[in-house]
Write a protein that binds this ligand. Structure first.
Ligand SMILES: NC(=O)c1ccc[n+]([C@@H]2O[C@H](COP(=O)([O-])OP(=O)(O)OC[C@H]3O[C@@H](n4cnc5c(N)ncnc54)[C@H](OP(=O)(O)O)[C@@H]3O)[C@@H](O)[C@H]2O)c1
Length: 270
């Protein structure tokens, strides 16, 4: 029996829930789409690669595939995101959950950073942070009008603390972590749920190029289960795997002097 009530209303069933996943063409977004479709949700799939989205839809069970919708878009284009949202609303007449899984990582280092890196830095911010605002702009008016439904943002544990090789990525995720709290505070009283999702290392295309041992690495399918289970429990922050995320949370409470010493010891190979 939990000591406190959950911060969000627990999701008790998925059948017929209308879920829009942006960043569904691979990795965590794709696995979450598969899992939710298996449980009977209506799933709309968005990302840039329409072929990958169609291939994913083809993996759905016949009934779930029929209920699924493919809406290709680039999250950095606010007009395209809005058009997709309007198409979806015309088809579904409402939305129960928006899951923002689109994201981009680039291993930008401070030690070699210069003006030539500004375009990639801007792109990381555009996809991870501005892209999220584009989806919020396209869906919040409807969700607040409905007075129910939820917004889930896949942020990262990389937003907890400053990290090496993440000059753009970690600050973009720190901004998302902060944004989720502001959204929760304002939107929960209006009947909406807000989920902050902070994965540790997950085996996806995003981490495939990492040339260091990733602690507590999880498969994308396990990440999808964690996300869905966390929503069913009504959690606000869904973070996993706990053995890694709690360690990082403790790191964020440490005096910065101690944090930098431990980070230097832990990131020798990075
Ligand atoms: N893997 C990890 O260790 C890890 C850890 C913590 C957090 N995360 C976060 O989890 C989320 C999913 O990442 P992943 O690990 O599953 O990586 P992934 O397999 O590379 O998936 C990234 C998704 O984002 C989409 N995307 C990228 N740029 C886009 C754009 N401009 N417009 C629309 N969609 C775009 C990609 O689709 P298209 O290329 O088809 O557009 C793809 O569907 C990201 O936010 C990531 O930061 C990942």
């Amino acid at each position: 029996m939990p000591l406190f009530p959950p911060l969000n209303p627990p999701i008790t069933h998925w059948a017929g829930q209308r879920v829009w996943i942006i960043g569904a063409s691979s990795g965590i977004g794709a696995e979450t789409a598969l899992l939710l479709a298996e449980r009977g949700a209506w799933v709309a799939l968005s990302a840039r690669r329409s072929d990958a989205l169609e291939a994913l839809r083809a993996r759905f069970a016949p009934g779930a595939g029929a209920a699924a919708t493919v809406l290709p878009l680039d999250i950095t284009d606010p007009a395209a995101v809005d058009r997709a949202a309007q198409t979806l609303l015309a088809r579904w007449d409402g939305l129960d959950l928006v899951l923002i899984a689109a994201g981009m990582y680039d291993a930008l280092r401070a030690s070699s950073f210069n003006a030539a890196h500004l375009p990639v830095l801007r792109m990381v911010m555009d996809v991870n942070l501005m892209g999220t605002y584009h989806v919020l702009a396209a869906t919040l008016p409807l969700l607040t009008r409905q007075g129910r439904g939820g917004i889930a943002i896949i942020s990262s544990v990389a937003g907890y603390n400053g990290l090496p090789r993440a000059l753009a990525y970690a600050p973009s995720k720190a901004a998302l972590n902060n944004l989720c709290e502001g959204l929760y505070f304002e939107l929960r009283p209006l009947g909406l749920a807000v989920y902050r999702i902070c994965p540790g290392f997950i085996a996806t295309a995003m981490t495939a190029g990492n040339n260091f041992t990733m602690p507590a690495l999880l498969p994308a399918k396990a990440a999808a289960s964690e996300i869905v289970n966390g929503m069913e429990r009504g959690e606000f922050e869904i973070h996993f795997p706990k053995r890694f995320t709690y360690f990082l949370k403790v790191m964020s409470w440490l005096p910065r002097r101690l944090y930098f010493i431990l980070l230097r010891m832990g990131s020798r190979q990075v």
